[in-house]
Design a protein. Structure first.
Length: 391
């Protein structure tokens, strides 16, 4: 059965106008993620079921008002839709692998279930809600204008704009996309919408979306971009408030924090990266983390141990020969456990300074002791006095 594009969707059928349908669709696009991730904090996989039901219900209700049989609706230009959908899926999979770092994955059975549920089901639902519905509704509304070349271009542009609006509304429903992160899905809309935009096939965009989400599950299972909701269960407002309070209460210039669990990821910043220019901090800024470096160093060392690159029983001399007189006796395990016996000059100096400052200053070279006294005097007079790094 061949159904021409001009006869697939007939505007004017049903009680609701196409513009009313678009308004309803925009509302659904925003309210579903907002209500079930921000407000109710439904677990991710349960949320996907709600999202899929909402997308199917919306598209199915609209399709029935058009008087087009389900078979004719689904099979309209299906060969072109499938072909372009697969091409777009490959392109989006490439975007995923180049944008995200590879992460660990669950075992075979759990991975297979995730590919089916988070990749295929959620991906297809996304394609229906964000692309198929708005594009075909616009085509139905502006059907008379699609019969000529210039009109087709204008209608296509309007359909793409509608799809972008749905994508933006949908992602704003997630707390972690309300900012710079929104640019990524809005930019990607042109790729995953193209198969349906060019063919009016309801299969094209869902296939493209499936490719995107399957690639995300397989390549970067813990992605914070391609498998929302990432904020489910995350008290984002409270976390951001705590971070803002840290900057205000302790009078620091800027702060950054990240929280990662099995179900959600949250990243936030507060304060300014440049006080003079009043430039806010971002999650991509570099921060000095001082003593916290030990935690990251230990994690890297243990990862190298797990990979067989080194052993905890290796001596310091094995990797840093000559760095310490007892390097041949001290092991990596002892360093990680702070049991190497290496003299902790930092703690010793701080302890001496707190218990007997004058004795400590007397132990320093006269020039250095004089500089320390100068800085201390300036600090007692005015704690906000800048300190010359050269001191």
């Amino acid at each position: 059965m061949t159904v021409h594009a001009e006869r697939l969707a007939v505007s004017g059928r049903g009680a609701l106008s196409p513009w009313t349908w678009l308004a309803i669709g925009l509302g659904v696009s925003f309210l579903v993620p907002f209500a079930f991730t921000d407000v109710l904090e439904v677990p991710r996989d349960a949320y996907y079921a709600i999202h899929a039901m909402a997308a199917l219900t919306l598209l199915g209700a609209w399709q029935r008002t058009q008087g087009v049989a389900v078979r004719a609706f689904v099979l309209h230009r299906w060969r072109w839709g499938v072909s372009l959908g697969l091409a777009a899926a490959a392109m989006l999979a490439l975007v995923v692998t180049r944008t995200e770092d590879a992460t660990s994955r669950p075992d075979a059975l759990e991975l297979a279930v995730s590919i089916l549920w988070r990749g295929v089901v959620y991906g297809a639902a996304d394609g229906m809600l964000l692309s198929v519905f708005p594009i075909l509704v616009v085509y139905a509304a502006l059907e008379p204008h699609r019969r000529h070349g210039p009109g087709r271009l204008a209608v296509g542009a309007a359909a793409l704009l509608a799809s972008v609006a749905f994508t933006a509304a949908y992602h704003v429903g997630y707390s972690d996309f309300r900012g710079e992160k929104l640019r990524s899905p809005v930019a990607g809309d042109a790729i995953w919408s193209a198969p349906t935009l060019l063919t009016a096939s309801p299969l094209g965009a869902p296939i493209a979306h499936v490719g995107l989400h399957v690639a995300a599950v397989v390549h970067s299972y813990d992605t914070d971009l391609f498998l929302p909701p990432h904020g489910t269960g995350a008290p984002a407002a409270e976390l951001q408030g705590t971070l803002d309070g840290l900057v205000d209460d302790f009078d620091v210039t800027g702060a950054s924090a990240a929280v990662l669990t099995d179900d959600w990821t949250w990243m936030g910043t507060a304060g300014y990266a440049d006080l003079a220019a009043r430039e806010p901090t971002t999650v991509d800024d570099n921060f000095r983390i001082a003593s916290l470096t030990k935690t990251y160093t230990a994690a890297v060392v243990l990862s190298l141990t797990e990979a067989g690159r080194l052993r905890l029983s290796d001596t310091l001399d094995r990797w840093l020969p000559g760095i310490h007189p007892r390097a041949s006796e001290i092991t990596v395990r002892q360093l990680l456990a702070h049991k190497s016996g290496i003299y902790d000059s930092m703690n010793a100096a701080v302890s001496a300074l707190l218990t007997d400052a004058e004795a400590f200053l007397a132990s320093l070279p006269p020039t250095l002791a004089g500089r320390v006294r100068t800085v201390a005097a300036d600090f007692r007079r005015d704690p906000t006095t800048p300190v010359d790094p050269e001191l």
